[in-house]
Design a protein around this ligand. Structure first.
Ligand code: FMN
Length: 412
C-alpha cells in the first residue's frame, strides 16, 4: 500500500501539476472551499490516530490542538527536514521528490492552528532538497496556493526555507527554533514546549516532514478511512530506509503491521551477503533486537513492548559472522561527536560510553558490560534533549546481546 511514494523513482521529482493530478491539494481546496472550521481538521487527525514520524510518535492531532487552542495573532508552523541520522534517507527523499506533499501538510497545519507564517527547515548540505523546495514554493505562489488570500479565501500563509548547520542536534525541535531565531542550533530546555511557546515565544507547531505528508493524505482520505490501515495504535504507512547491507537498499513505504522480515526479505531482497541476520536495529538511536526482532510487526506499540523504538526508521543489522564491535564503536563515536557541548551530563555520558568502548576495542580487560549499564542508567532523563538516552539504548542493548562474544575475545 502506498500513500506517499506514489511514483516510480524514474519519474523524478513530482511537480505541482503531477501532484494535483493524483489528488494533491484536494484536501486543502475542499476544506477552504467548504469553510470547514480548523477544529474539524484536528478531529479528523485524531480519528485517524496519526502519530508523528520524527521519532517520538507523538499524536499529530494533539500537537496541532495545543497550538490551535492558544489565542495569539502570531503563530508559526515548521516542517522539520533536518534529517541527519546515519542510515535514514526518507526525509531527503520526500523533500527532493515529493515536496508538494510536505507543503500541503504544512499549509493544512497552518490553517488548523491559526499560523500565518512558516518554515521548511533543512540542513544546508541538502542541496537537492533545497532546489526542489524552492521550486515548489514558486509553483505554489504562482498557483495562488501560497501568500495572501489563498484560493481567494481569508487564509494567508508566508513560507520560507531555512538552512541549518549540518549537525545531528540541529534536528531537535528546540534547536530548530534556536537556529531560525539566528542561534547556533542547540537544544533549549523544555518546558515550555514549542506548541505553547516556540519561535519568538509564540505557539509553534513543528512536525517531521513525513508526518506532514501523512497528514495531507489523511485529510484527503478522511480520518476513519485512514484508520482502517495499519495496526491498533499505528495507522497508515511508514517510510523506512534499508542501507547497503540489503541487496536492494533504499527507502520503502510499508503499512504498519508488516514485519521486518517481510520488509527486508521481500522488498529489500534480503542481505547482500546471503547471511542470516542475528541482531536488528530499527534506527541508529534504537535498542538492538535479537533475531526474533525480524518477526516483529513494525508498529509503535510492538517496538515499545519489545524494549526498542521505531525511531526514524533507518534500519541496520548485524549478520552471522559479522563482528559487532565496529558497529558499536560507530554508534559510540557518532553520539560523542554529535553532542553539542552545552549540557555537562551529556558531554560526560557520551564521552564515557566512547571511552569504555575504546577499552573493549583495545582489548583492555575489565567489566565493560557493568560500566555500560551504569552509564546507561545514569543517562536516563539527562540533558536538554534526548541525546544521552539515544546513545544509551543501542549501546546497552548491544552489549547485552554480544557480551559473551566480546568477553571471549578479551579473554575475560
Ligand atoms: C538529537 C535529536 C535530533 C533530532 N533530529 C530530528 C530530525 O532530524 N528530524 C525530525 O523530524 N525530528 C528530529 N528530532 C525529533 C524532534 O525533536 C521532534 O520531536 C520532531 O520534529 C517532531 O515531529 P513529529 O511530532 O512529527 O514526529 C530529533 C530529536 C533529537 C533529540
Amino acid at each position: 500500500m502506498t500513500l506517499l511514494l506514489t511514483r516510480s523513482p524514474e519519474e523524478g521529482r513530482q511537480d505541482l501539476e503531477a501532484y494535483q493530478a493524483e489528488g494533491g491539494f484536494e484536501a486543502l481546496r475542499r476544506i477552504l472551499g467548504e469553510g470547514r472550521p480548523p477544529e474539524a481538521l484536528i478531529e479528523e487527525l485524531n480519528l485517524g490516530k496519526l502519530r508523528g514520524r520524527g521519532g517520538a510518535g507523538f499524536p499529530v492531532g494533539r500537537k496541532w490542538g495545543i497550538a490551535a487552542a492558544i489565542e495569539n495573532e502570531h503563530k508559526f508552523v515548521i516542517a522539520n527536514g533536518g534529517e541527519h541520522e546515519p542510515g535514514s534517507k526518507k526525509d531527503h527523499l520526500l523533500l527532493e521528490k515529493y515536496p508538494h506533499k510536505v507543503l500541503e501538510g504544512l499549509l493544512l497545519a497552518a490553517y488548523a492552528t491559526g499560523a500565518r507564517k512558516g518554515f521548511v527547515y533543512i540542513i544546508d548540505e541538502m542541496e537537492e532538497a533545497r532546489i526542489s523546495v524552492e521550486r515548489a514554493l514558486e509553483e505554489l505562489s504562482g498557483a495562488g496556493l501560497l501568500g495572501e488570500g489563498i484560493l481567494g479565501t481569508e487564509f494567508s500563509l508566508e513560507l520560507h526555507l531555512h538552512l541549518a548547520p549540518p549537525t545531528y542536534v540541529a534536528g531537535e525541535e528546540t534547536a530548530v527554533i534556536d537556529s531560525i531565531e539566528g542561534g547556533p542550533a542547540k537544544p533549549r530546555g523544555k518546558p515550555p514546549y514549542p506548541s505553547e511557546a516556540g519561535l519568538y515565544g509564540k505557539p509553534t507547531t513543528i512536525n517531521n516532514v513525513e508526518s506532514l505528508a501523512q497528514a495531507a493524505v489523511l485529510l484527503r482520505m478522511g480520518g476513519s478511512e485512514y484508520a482502517k490501515t495499519g495496526t491498533e495504535e499505528s495507522k497508515g504507512t511508514m517510510l523506512l530506509t534499508l542501507g547497503g547491507r540489503a541487496r536492494n537498499p533504499g527507502v520503502y513505504e510499508v503499512p504498519f503491521g508488516t514485519t521486518y522480515r517481510q520488509l527486508i526479505e521481500e522488498l529489500g531482497g534480503g542481505t547482500r551477503s546471503g547471511k542470516a541476520i542475528r541482531a536488528l536495529q530499527p534506527a541508529m538511536s534504537s535498542a538492538f533486537l535479537g533475531p526474533e526482532g525480524l518477526d516483529l510487526e513494525i508498529s509503535f506499540e510492538a517496538l515499545t513492548r519489545a524494549g526498542s523504538s521505531l525511531g526514524c526508521g533507518g534500519i541496520s543489522w548485524i549478520e552471522e559472522g559479522q563482528d559487532p564491535l565496529p558497529r558499536l564503536m560507530t554508534i559510540a563515536k557518532f553520539f560523542a561527536d554529535s553532542q553539542c557541548g552545552q549540557c555537562p551530563p551529556c558531554n560526560m555520558i557520551t564521552s564515557n560510553f566512547l571511552h569504555v568502548m575504546q577499552g573493549v576495542k583495545a582489548g583492555k580487560p575489565g567489566d565493560f558490560a557493568g560500566a555500560i549499564s551504569k552509564i546507561a542508567a545514569f543517562a536516563a532523563g539527562k540533558g536538554r534533549c534526548g541525546l544521552p538516552s539515544m546513545d544509551a539504548a543501542p549501546l546497552a542493548s548491544g552489549i547485552r546481546l554480544f557480551e559473551e562474544e566480546l568477553k571471549t575475545r578479551l579473554g575475560s
